[in-house]
Design a protein around this ligand. Structure first.
Ligand code: NAI
Ligand code: MG
Length: 504
């Protein structure tokens, strides 16, 4: 690919509102108040488009975590949230959504500064997505109910039995850096609808929008202690949250490695756990496709959000009869995806989130080359003074033993393989420990349904990729996770079922 020398990778100036937010004193949001940490430790806020340090947030101590959990515990135990009329919970959540909407431009800018994603994308995807999570789940607050059930072994009319759905309690919610506010909303919205209280911790790389959200909590009318937002490192603050005896449920999105660790730590005390973890999602292109449509689709499936997407279409399987054309078509999208600073209005792809992620992704590309993969496109770093840019990359001549084929890279890197028939591609698609998403491109309805049935993954997309909707359950098969978020399943993950049996 030709380096596009005309692209300036100089990050633009921040708006006064964003600059003012970044200049704020690092604090935590506990019990509806901004409070100081018990110690002085902070985490640097870095703009990955420039590599510059642009602010600081608290690195919460154990004491800080305990304080936040105590606030959530008290707020849960006295019923100040779960005891409100569902209509009031619904309205409060919708007010938070209204406030997000009113401040959408600032949220999009902060997300772009913090994560590196194009501001236009944050404004089109992340912020509206967060708002719809809140609005959809707000409606569930008034639609949670049990059943009256006739017992099987007991005579009719002599017992009265029914079930009640109750909120699970205090939730520890830990989210990653790829869609910071959207992931936070995916966690808090169902918890709030169910009547739970919570402590949310954003990822150490991307705390800004969660902190800005905290600004809106009081104005929206949430009682103190219902939503607590703390910032800090995973292995310290996150670990404390997961092991805390006053926490009833842990909800996590992030790496499979940490998900497994969290699952062990949380279930040691029988906390409820939902996990949304990594992926290595296949994109299957059948021979009958319109390549002009499927090739840009397959490119978008991997290059969207710089490939830092749990459902990124990172393994491409194109039928041998269209393989070359599909790769050509994908390579033709290189100028569109060429990385630019996040505040550049022409950006479709930004830098990676951090130096660490940049090193990890470039390490995989190097390993792929060493293992004998050929670089069809990209594989290198574009010119810039600072920032963590990687060019969109396609690797071919790969085999299933290579780390680039087996492991989640979480960058703009796709590995391309050929197949001959449906059986073969179904087997190849399932040859992974993950099972989060899969894309199928074909005009043949029968092939679409046959393959959708055979691929072991939580979501299958047909002629599209990574379409997520708050009404539709989302989660993983195999090592991609535990439980489902979104839809009615999403609220149920925050509810216990109580059975009441009364002898009349
Ligand atoms: P990570 O899984 O370490 O971090 C995600 C969240 O977990 C962060 O909020 C972090 O503070 C927290 N955390 C980390 N260790 C913890 C612990 N011991 N106890 C409690 N909380 C803890 O992910 P990381 O290191 O940022 O990225 C590594 C790789 O993970 C990426 O390259 C990617 O492959 C994968 N990943 C997958 C995501 C997904 O959406 N499925 C999101 C982010 C990363
Ligand atoms: Mg980690």
């Amino acid at each position: 690919m030709n380096e596009m020398t005309t692209i300036s990778r100089q990050q633009r100036a921040y708006s006064p509102a964003a600059a003012a937010f970044l200049a704020r004193k690092p604090q935590l949001f506990i019990n509806n108040e901004w409070v100081d940490s018990s110690h002085d430790a902070v985490i640097e806020v870095e703009d990955p488009s420039s590599g510059k340090i642009v602010g600081h947030v608290v690195d919460a101590s154990d004491k800080d975590v305990d304080r936040a959990v105590a606030a959530a515990r008290a707020a849960f135990d006295d019923g100040r949230w779960s005891g409100l009329p569902p209509m009031v919970r619904d309205r409060t959540m919708n007010r938070l959504a209204d406030l997000l909407e009113a401040n959408a431009a600032l949220f999009a800018e902060l997300e772009a500064i913090d994560n590196g994603k194009p501001m236009t994308m944050a404004g089109a995807v992340d912020i509206p997505g967060a708002i719809s999570q809140l609005r959809f789940m707000a409606g569930w607050a008034s639609k949670i109910s049990g059943e009256t059930t006739q017992p099987y072994t007991m005579p009719g009319g002599q017992v009265f039995s029914y079930t009640v759905r109750e909120p699970v309690g205090v939730c520890a919610q830990i989210v990653p850096w790829n869609f910071p506010l959207l992931m936070a909303s995916l966690k808090i919205a169902p918890a709030l609808a169910a009547g739970c209280t919570l402590v949310l911790k954003p990822a150490e790389q991307t705390s800004l929008t969660a902190l800005k959200l905290a600004d809106l909590v009081v104005e929206a009318g949430f009682p103190a202690g219902v939503i607590n937002i703390i910032t800090g490192n995973g292995h310290t603050a996150g670990d404390r949250m997961v092991k805390h005896p006053d926490v009833d449920k842990v909800a996590f999105t992030g790496s499979t490695e940490i998900g497994k660790l969290i699952n062990r730590n949380a279930t040691a005390s029988m906390k409820r756990v939902t996990l949304e973890l990594g992926g290595k999602s296949p994109v299957v292109v059948m021979p009958d496709v319109d390549v002009a449509q499927a090739a840009p689709g397959a490119a978008g499936a991997i290059f969207f959000n710089s490939g830092q997407v749990c459902v990124a279409g990172s393994r491409l399987f194109a039928h041998k009869s269209v393989f070359d054309q599909v790769l050509e078509g994908m390579a033709a999208t290189a100028p569109f995806w060429s990385p630019r600073p996040s505040l550049d209005p022409d950006a479709h792809m930004g830098p990676l989130v951090s130096k660490e992620q940049h090193e990890r992704v470039m390490g995989y590309i190097e390993a792929g080359k060493r293992d004998g993969a050929s670089v069809v496109m990209g594989g290198d770093v574009p010119a810039s003074d600072g920032g963590y840019y990687v060019n969109p990359t396609i690797l071919a001549n790969v085999n299933p033993q290579m780390s680039v084929v087996r492991e989640e890279i979480f960058g703009p890197v796709v590995v391309a393989q050929r197949f001959e028939d449906l059986d073969e591609v179904a087997r190849m698609a399932n040859d992974t420990c993950f099972g989060l998403g899969a894309g199928i491109w074909t005009k043949d309805v029968a092939v679409m349904h046959k393959l959708a049935a055979r691929i072991k993954s939580g979501t299958v997309w047909g002629n599209c990729h990574a379409m997520i909707d708050t009404a539709l359950p989302f989660g993983g098969y195999k090592e991609s996770g535990l439980g489902r978020e979104q839809g009615h399943q999403g609220v149920e993950a925050y509810l216990e079922t109580k059975t009441v049996i009364i002898q009349l």
